[in-house]
Design a protein. Sequence first.
Lengths: 218, 218
Amino acid sequence: MRDIVRIGRVHLATDGAAALSLRAVARDLGVVSSAVYRYVASRDELLTLLVVDGYDELGDAVDAAVERVDRDSHAERMRAIGRAVRAWALAEPATYALLFGSPVPGYEAPAEQTTGPGTRVVGRLVEVWEDAWVAGAGSLPDAPVAPRRLARDLARIRKQMGITAPDALVARGMLAWAALFGCVSFEVFGQYGASTFTDPKDIFELHLDALVEAVGLG
Amino acid sequence: MRDIVRIGRVHLATDGAAALSLRAVARDLGVVSSAVYRYVASRDELLTLLVVDGYDELGDAVDAAVERVDRDSHAERMRAIGRAVRAWALAEPATYALLFGSPVPGYEAPAEQTTGPGTRVVGRLVEVWEDAWVAGAGSLPDAPVAPRRLARDLARIRKQMGITAPDALVARGMLAWAALFGCVSFEVFGQYGASTFTDPKDIFELHLDALVEAVGLG
DNA sequence: CGAAATGCAAGAGCACTGCTCTCTTTCGGC
DNA sequence: GCCGAAAGAGAGCAGTGCTCTTGCATTTCG
């Protein structure tokens, strides 16, 4: 069982998500294909196991990185999260693609199992921003955001996550969140072009600075 | 031949990229599978045709949108590009996923055919920023960017694309580019969560404003 | 201690996939 | 009318996900 996930991860890293074959996993396990169906209901369920596994690993990496930084250094904590996401994504591109790339066709990750681990990263980000806000370290206006229905949506989000930070910070946070994964995806998926940068980390650090500034932690 | 691409697009939209089957396309075409191989060398080549097709369609959509806006309204031109990308992505999620999502396993888009159409969107963005810069409409410092090797990379990019705008604008432009696709991907791939926003366009417009501001066109 | 019940893996089989090969039909130019 | 090129048909190979039945252990119960 544990072995199935382990070998599945190897295949995922080697051949990618859509090429994940239960038969091949069974072969590597030295067992016939029907035998693994005793432990895993379907290929999709194996995919779900790998999704959860990936979210957990990313979450652990982010947790470890953020805890190494002083709790009062809000900007640096945010940078640590960004760097951890990027480093993990570059180390595990196939798993990253499974989590944040195009959905695998015909496969829908069951929400009850994946939303928990899936929100760990954004949860950490929100934690940092909220900390900065209550410490008075932010520099964003606390005026409510423009369209009223959007303000209502943001109010609901604030309530759900227990945030006291104002609309502008929540909205900017979502942008920074999406932008962070946009940058990482561009780099992992090679959208920038092959040899554009001598060291891609340079431009990432610059972007990270801009995102820190965008949420008022400059 | 044209029919193959046409039906391929239908299947792409219906079942997704990895489920694209040459046999199914042949069936819909009322022809046996081997007959399709007279026109398309492999499944990967069909995928490449669809990639080029998708880039072209997105490029056309962006071109049409940006040309409807006055050439001097730089911020509004940038917004038009962003809106066009989002609208097209939501209308053609499968093709969008093929272009900007996880790479299809075992398939590498041949650069010589795809880089041309693939750079149309970013080319338009660069055009807008460069226009704004030469018109003196930007509000970004023109100090060179921090690490020297990054400055060299950016200088090479400027030369390649014929840009006169300073490092800071080029770097911020790349961030805005990645952030734009990050936002769109989050929305198309459902990373935000299912029913977070009453109208997702609200938050997108807000993010668009922030990106316009980030490149100094606020 | 022997028998029954249970757990687990094997193997065959179905329908599908990409792709290659050979055979046959069809159609246009001379 | 004929001949060659073009294009579809069909069989076949190796792979896939998944189901079902069979057989072999081990464990539990009478």
